[in-house]
Write a protein that binds this ligand. Sequence first.
Ligand SMILES: C[S@@+](CC[C@H](N)C(=O)[O-])C[C@H]1O[C@@H](n2cnc3c(N)ncnc32)[C@H](O)[C@@H]1O
Length: 328
Amino acid sequence: MDNTQLEKLILASIDQRYQAHATRDLADYIFSNYLFQSFQPAFIGFIGRYGPDIVVYLADPGHVQALVDYCMRATKAYTYQRNQFINFTGFYDELLAAEYTRFFEQIREMLAQTTTIEGLTAATATVLQAHHERLRLVLSSYCVAAQPAKLNANPLLSTVPCEEYSAALQLRLLGLDPAALAEPILDIGCGASGALVTALRQQGYTAFGLDRLAPVGLAFFQQNWFEFDFGANRWGTIVAHQSFSTHFIHAHLHNSTSATQFARLTMQILGGLKPGGEFCYAPGLPFFEPHIESSREFAVAKTTIQAGNTLGIGEIFYAARVKKLSPT
Ligand SMILES: C[S@@+](CC[C@H](N)C(=O)[O-])C[C@H]1O[C@@H](n2cnc3c(N)ncnc32)[C@H](O)[C@@H]1O
């Protein structure tokens, strides 16, 4: 079998594993990790059949790197979809990359030595068990470090889904009329669908989306906003609906180190605006906007959103528009 076909089959079997665990949550991952520690018979059949081809495929470091990247992205998406306040970067990225690299090495060694279905069933179980134990350790360490609380009561293991909204609803809640927006427009936390960016582009506006789960495409930056270069005087309008500010509020309430990083990032975002440009976001940041206004470089306008308390954030549910004033 050629490499392209083989790669397709390997990726499909990786996707199947995530789908097989679609109904589980992060607490399952930590407290019932055994549920994740076996391969389905179809997968054992697949590696039994193509074992020698897979061994050759995995001997190429470029192939391994591509698989590691694919698994890291899938694992992060799986995790973020269950609790959007988790954010693996830096040190945790390195741990995940090292773990997946080790996993593929072990799979290759195992396949080079084992050929029978019984042998593969036993050997893959051993490799997979150790792999998931180590991943479990990475997630547990992250949760306890990010939000100091006992693991069995850690809020990061509860489910906090990440909803996405229609372009019309986002514009309405932000109080924006696209025709009045200066371009280029950047949507921070545009979501996996990038709905607002797509709608704006369909109407002829120059718009881009930034999200760690952004769709693939020229209009999107698939990046962590902490690692993005917002530039200087680059954007006419930056929007962030239920994304950046929601996460800043969460950090403000739970993790002062992370809140400091958000404060710094907010100033970088504002630095990325052109003179006269605006950063429009909801919900509001009542604990930080006074600091923004104190610089006199910016003016903040707020519009209360009539959403009752249905979204659970009550009185801070206003849309804010921070305007970078033109030098006089
Ligand atoms: C609640 S969704 C909102 C999506 C969209 N703005 C909407 O209103 O439909 C929040 C988005 O923020 C993104 N996000 C959260 N933390 C992020 C980070 N550190 N870097 C990039 N994107 C992030 C998530 O991936 C998610 O798509």
